[in-house]
Design a protein around this ligand. Structure first.
Ligand code: FAD
Length: 116
């Protein structure tokens, strides 16, 4: 792949960032400590000021104002993040993702073992 060593464009950056965020949510504790909750909130609230695609960052900041992060546990955080990603999908005219499949996509892999 010719572009493999090039700086990421906004699509590649987006895929890498969603991979990081969904995977981190998938392995977030079921019962996080206060420190883990606070750190997750800081991570998510940092994106609108630091994410290096400014219109993406601005829109994400507006979205999380209306839908504040739910850092109370693994399942609710994964669901919250799936909904936020679907907001971006909708804005870009992409298909909505079935949030019931979040663990399969980001943690367990399909039941047929094809990712093992
Ligand atoms: P991506 O959307 O990157 O998704 C990667 C994979 O995640 C998919 O293949 C699918 O398997 C899985 N997936 C899809 N939806 C969900 C979901 N809801 N829950 C769980 N898993 C899912 N791009 C812009 O052009 N404009 C923007 O304003 C913009 N805002 C962004 C804001 C944030 C916070 C981030 C992280 C990215 C943003 N992007 C934006 C990038 C955009 O979301 C995509 O990452 C990029 O367009 C590449 O899309 P893709 O089709 O490869 O799949």
């Amino acid at each position: 792949n010719k572009r493999a060593n090039c700086p990421p464009d906004s699509e590649e950056l987006g895929r890498a960032t969603w991979t990081f965020l969904h995977t981190t949510a998938a392995y977030y504790p079921e019962k996080p400590t206060p420190t883990q909750r606070a750190n997750m909130l800081t991570l998510l609230r940092s994106l609108p000021t630091l994410y290096p695609c400014s219109h993406c960052a601005d829109d994400f900041g507006e979205d999380i104002k209306v839908h504040p992060p739910d850092v109370s546990g693994r399942a609710s955080l994964s669901r919250w993040l799936c909904d936020r990603h679907n907001e971006v999908n909708k804005k870009l005219g992409k298909e909505s993702f079935d949030c019931a499949k979040t663990d399969e996509r980001w943690k367990d892999g399909p039941a047929d073992g094809s990712c093992d």
